[in-house]
Every structure is written in structure tokens, then in C-alpha cells.
Design a protein around this ligand. Structure first.
Ligand code: HEM
Length: 481
């Protein structure tokens, strides 16, 4: 037995196995990853190995040492296998060869550059449909409506994003209703998701998750898609690849579910934090409104039906860009995981070297080690709308740690091979939404003194954080000619 008990070898990082055999620190980690890692960092410093459910994870917390891990030119650190296990469990999807590459090439072509400009137009049309209704605004749209801010943002972004990427039928009113229904299911899945990943669901929830998976596979099936127009080139391009590869039809349906999840799980929650931070900071709100008025002029509706919007203006909004970057710094908490393919020497910026064993995992949690580092970002928990602006109003990219210029000063999109391929699209989509809100709507907190709610600790490490409770607000369409 003593052969199986792991001990720290010379040159290895500090090893913390926890008290529970096999589980190690899994329970504390799952309950609140941020607090757990903060504790480990205080105890062991910038590098440590912890046991979590039979696996060993080495966390690297010094961002000046991220470079070799992220670039990994020798391909000793694998991302794909770890991700495959996860999507198989969560979406029952088993990727075939070349899928990771096709996701990234389709995204480069259709979610950036010229492809993105076409898609922005589709997003604007979808947001108009979702926010103004299929017949344009009713007279009551200009009176105050009270709602929950998180639900409002998530629901609007989900419906508009889903319709823009997955397409429409001939009946827009019906499409809207279907999107609404799909959101309710999506949100249910979203709530169960962290405990599902950690295998902590009760028996009833387990059954429910199975039913939800089944429902999504059906609702997003290739067969249903055949009846739709305007499926985005992005999704179309990837599905064509799967067809040519003769991927099972049921796996194509499941692929769609993975893409729905990846494309819709973070934008809504991020917009919630963006609007809330603006509502709590009048100076920031004023700066964003002034910039919007400067680049977009006066708000008006086209044919009384849709938002009239100069999409090229999205390139000239440094203030809003800084607001979004600051919002992502405060709300995005991805975990980057790589599986060590053969014994590996971890080289730190300090010159120190550590041996890492084959089969172990190397993990980064930039929310704690970068976003919340007071050396890189003074007063890290405070929202400062102009944190990413230079005094001359241009984008600020110079940040320092221990006096050294730092390359990875925020990492909301992950980095390296696993970087989010939808990041440019995500930013434009969120910016269009925020600009529509500030230009076309009046909105305010029901209780202006309500504090920013705490972050739900069970979602640390899963992308954008969510608040642990709702915030009430009211909104109305501004009166317009
Ligand atoms: C605020 C919004 C978003 C955030 C913060 C975000 C963040 C991320 C992160 C951190 C990853 C890497 C996950 C990992 O390392 O395992 C990722 C992956 C991915 N994201 Fe995003 N994302 C956002 C929006 C979007 C949108 C709008 C799309 C598509 C339209 C998208 C498509 C994807 C895809 C397809 C992957 C998987 C890529 C792969 O397999 O390599 N994301 N995203």
C-alpha cells in the first residue's frame, strides 16, 4: 500500500493531499474554489499541488510564469483530452478528430473580421425583435416595467444570441416564443451545471438533467434545423464539416448543444454585471452615455420596428471597451487546465524549477492570481470604469507586477490553444446590447442604495460568475418620434 501513497519528491512543488483519502480537498474546493485557493496560496506560495478526487492538480499562481505553460511549444501539455472528458459527461458529445480545429477555423472566419460584421447585423435584428416585439413596440412599452436585472439580461441575450446563430423559421412570433421556452430549460440546466460537473446531484436532479439533455438534443437537432433560414455561417460551416466527416446524426445534434452552451452561457451574466456596475456608478454611466451620443447620434427607430444603429461605431467606443474589460475582470473566472503528457519541468520567472509528473494536471485560475492581484490592479474589488483607459482616452495595455510589465493582465477568455474563439463576437454582441439600453431605454434600480450582490461561490471556475441573488430594476422605452 505504501507504494500507492504519494509523497512529495525533491524538486516537486509543495504537496497538499488534504485529510480525506482519495477525495483530498475536493469538498472544500467545490464549495468555494476562490477561498480554497486563496488559503492554499497563503500557505504554500505561488506553486502547489493539491489532491482533488483522486487527481493531482498543480496550480501556478504567478502570472509572470504563465508564458511557457500557455505557449507550450513542445506540446507536452494537452488541453483536448481533458475537454473531451468534460463534454462527454455534460453533453454526451464525443468529438471526432479535427473538430477542435474546425471550431477555431470557423470562428476565425465567421466570428471575426468581415464575417463578424455580417453577424453584427443579424444580432441587431434579433435584439430588435426580442426587445421591441415582432410588431414593434406597443404603446405600453413607454411606461415603466419592473423586473429582475439578472433574468432580464440573461433572457434577452440568450434569445437574441440563439436566434442569430441558430436561425429563424417563417413565423417570427413563434420563434420568439420557442426561444423563450428554450431559455427556461437552459437556465434550469445552467443552475444544475456546477454540481452536475462535480457529480453532486441528488437522484431526482440526476433524472432531470438527463431529461434536459434529451430535450436539447431534440430541439437543436439537425432535422429541426432543416426547416430554418438564416442559420449563421459559423454554425453552418461547422455542421457541413461534420456531415462530410460522416459524423453520426445524433452526434451532430449533440454538437449543437455544446455550441449553444458555449455561445449563450456567459454573455447574459456578463451584461448583468456591466449594467449593474453602470447603475451603481453615475460617473461611468454618464461617460458611456456621452460616448454613445457622440458616436451614434440621437436614438431613433427604423420603420418604428427596429433600432437604427451604425454598426461601424462599435470600433470607436474606448470608454465602453474599458467598461467591458473592467466588467470581465471582475466577473470572468475561467480555469485553464492542461494534462501533463510526460514528466515536465515547470520553469518559473524567478528561475526556480519544479518537476511535474506525467498524468498530473497543471491549472491556472487567473481570477485570483491576476484579476484580483492588487499589485497589477490597485483596489482590485472596485469597479473603475476607466481602468483600461490611458489619460489620452486610448486603450490602456500597460500593466505591471513587481515592476515588470505583464503580458497576461486579464484572462477572461482563457488563453493559448483553449482561448475562446467567440470573444470578438461576444464583445460586439454585449456592446450592442449595452448601447441599446443606454440610448433607447430609461432604466434605474428600484432601490438605488442596494449593494452589489455577492458572487455565487459554487460557480467559481465555470466562466462568468453569477450573483447569489437578484436585483430589482425598472425600465421603459424612451419616448421617441
Ligand atoms: C462573455 C462571454 C464569453 C466568455 C467570458 C467566454 C469564455 C470562454 C472561455 C474561458 C473558454 C475556454 C474554456 C476552456 O478553456 O475550457 C471558452 C471557450 C469557447 N467559447 Fe467562449 N466565452 C464567451 C462567449 C462566447 C460566444 C458568444 C461564443 C460563440 C458564439 C463562444 C464560443 C466558445 C467556444 C466554441 C469555445 C470552445 C472552444 C474550444 O473547444 O477550444 N464563447 N469561452
Amino acid at each position: 500500500l505504501s507504494m500507492m501513497v504519494r509523497h512529495r519528491r525533491p524538486q516537486e512543488p509543495p504537496l497538499d493531499k488534504g485529510f480525506m483519502p482519495w477525495l483530498g480537498h475536493a469538498m472544500t474546493f467545490r464549495k468555494n474554489m476562490f477561498e480554497f485557493l486563496k488559503g492554499m496560496m497563503a500557505k504554500h506560495g505561488d506553486v502547489f499541488t493539491v489532491q482533488l478526487g483522486g487527481q493531482y492538480f498543480t496550480f501556478v499562481m504567478d502570472p509572470l510564469s504563465f508564458g511557457p505553460i500557455i505557449k507550450d511549444t513542445k506540446k507536452t501539455l494537452d488541453f483536448i483530452k481533458y475537454a473531451q472528458e468534460l463534454v462527454l459527461k455534460v453533453f454526451r458529445y464525443k468529438p471526432t478528430d479535427g473538430v477542435h480545429q474546425i471550431i477555431h477555423s470557423a470562428s476565425t472566419k465567421h466570428l471575426m473580421g468581415q464575417g463578424l460584421e455580417n453577424l453584427n447585423k443579424a444580432v441587431l435584428d434579433s435584439l430588435s425583435l426580442v426587445m421591441l416585439g415582432p410588431k414593434g413596440p406597443s404603446p405600453s412599452a413607454s411606461s415603466w416595467h419592473e423586473a429582475h436585472l439578472f433574468h432580464f439580461c440573461y433572457s434577452v441575450l440568450f434569445k437574441a444570441g440563439y436566434l442569430s446563430l441558430f436561425g429563424y423559421t417563417k413565423d417570427k412570433a413563434q420563434d420568439l416564443q420557442d426561444a423563450e421556452e428554450l431559455f427556461t430549460k437552459f437556465r434550469r440546466f445552467d443552475l444544475l451545471f456546477p454540481r452536475f460537473v462535480y457529480s453532486l446531484l441528488g437522484p431526482r436532479e440526476w433524472i432531470e438533467v438527463g431529461q434536459l439533455q434529451h430535450l436539447f438534443h431534440q430541439r437543436l437537432s439537425v432535422e429541426q434545423n432543416l426547416e430554418k433560414d438564416g442559420i449563421s455561417n459559423w454554425l453552418g460551416h461547422m455542421l457541413q464539416f461534420l456531415r462530410e466527416q460522416k459524423t453520426d446524426v445524433c452526434m451532430q445534434d449533440r454538437f449543437n448543444f455544446v455550441m449553444l452552451w458555449a455561445s449563450q452561457g456567459n454573455t447574459g451574466p456578463t451584461c448583468f454585471w456591466a449594467l449593474l456596475f453602470l447603475l451603481k456608478d453615475q460617473k461611468a454611466m454618464k461617460a458611456v452615455k456621452e460616448e454613445a451620443a457622440r458616436v451614434l447620434g440621437e436614438a431613433r427607430l427604423e420603420d418604428k420596428m427596429s433600432f437604427a444603429f451604425t454598426l461601424s461605431a462599435l470600433k470607436c467606443t474606448p470608454v465602453l471597451d474599458s467598461v467591458m474589460e473592467e466588467t470581465l475582470r471582475l466577473s470572468a473566472s475561467p480555469t485553464l487546465v492542461r494534462v501533463v503528457q510526460k514528466d515536465y519541468v515547470l520553469k518559473m520567472a524567478s528561475g526556480q524549477e519544479y518537476q511535474i509528473r506525467c498524468g498530473d494536471k497543471i491549472a491556472l485560475f487567473p481570477y485570483l492570481s491576476v484579476h484580483m492581484d492588487p499589485d497589477i490592479h490597485p483596489e482590485p474589488t472596485t469597479f473603475k470604469y476607466n481602468r483600461f483607459l490611458n489619460p489620452d482616452g486610448t486603450r490602456k495595455v500597460d500593466f505591471y507586477k513587481s515592476g515588470k510589465k505583464i503580458h497576461y493582465y486579464t484572462m477572461p477568455w482563457g488563453s493559448g490553444v483553449s482561448i475562446c474563439p467567440g470573444r470578438f463576437f461576444a464583445l460586439s454582441e454585449m456592446k450592442i446590447f449595452v448601447l441599446i439600453m443606454v440610448m433607447y431605454f430609461d432604466f434605474e434600480l428600484v432601490d438605488p442604495d442596494v449593494p452589489v450582490p455577492p458572487i455565487d461561490p459554487r460557480r467559481w471556475g465555470f466562466g462568468t460568475s453569477q450573483p447569489s441573488h437578484e436585483v430589482r430594476f425598472r425600465y421603459r422605452l424612451k419616448p421617441m418620434q
